[in-house]
Design a protein around this ligand. Sequence first.
Ligand code: AMP
Length: 215
Amino acid sequence: MRSVLLGAPGSGKGTQAGIISERLGIAHVASGDLFREAASRGDEVGRQAKSYMEKGLLVPDEITIRMILERVAAPDCARGFILDGFPRTLEQAKALDMALGKRGEAIDRVFYIEVATEELVRRLSGRFICRSCQKPYHPVYSPPEVTGRCDHCGGELYQRPDDLPETVKKRIEVYFAETAPLIDHYKEAGKLVEINGQGEIGEIVERLVAALPQD
Ligand code: AMP
């Protein structure tokens, strides 16, 4: 299965993509994680992406598209993948369709996770991320078993600099301007499934599982 998780920052895409990809045994490809990893390695893509990320802006399409198309061509994506955070512009969506089309493949399904804006701000401003595996936590909604440590790999939890209030506001604005139009793009293609993203993490997982293709 090749799918996309679409939703605003804080809608739970990362959490859900992690759970679903493990259940289905397919790759979880998160553009933001790839950029953060590149930035911490200090390589060329990381250096280019860093200034945009710090401001809550989108990294230019050219850089982003190249990085993701390379990633989805890797052997671990051959059985399928879940894209989390990509595409975020119409240009990116078209480039993805075209690249997959050339290999005789296509995106099967796009899950749009809907969450009210006030809830997004609440979630993002309390969010902590694992420095090693990037798993997200929240002191109220999804606390770790040991404060400051990742349940999954024991890594250190930290607050992303772009989860600070001013940048969160900007990221949500950018989402509505640049990414929300993709909802119509995928609706017209007959691929969009809307998922209510409010409630307990387990409930949202079940809604997603119920919407997965049955074959
Ligand atoms: P995320 O972890 O998905 O919230 O992404 C963090 C940041 O990485 C975003 O605010 C952007 O600066 C950058 N980024 C991630 N994915 C994309 C994308 N598809 N297009 C452009 N920039 C992206």
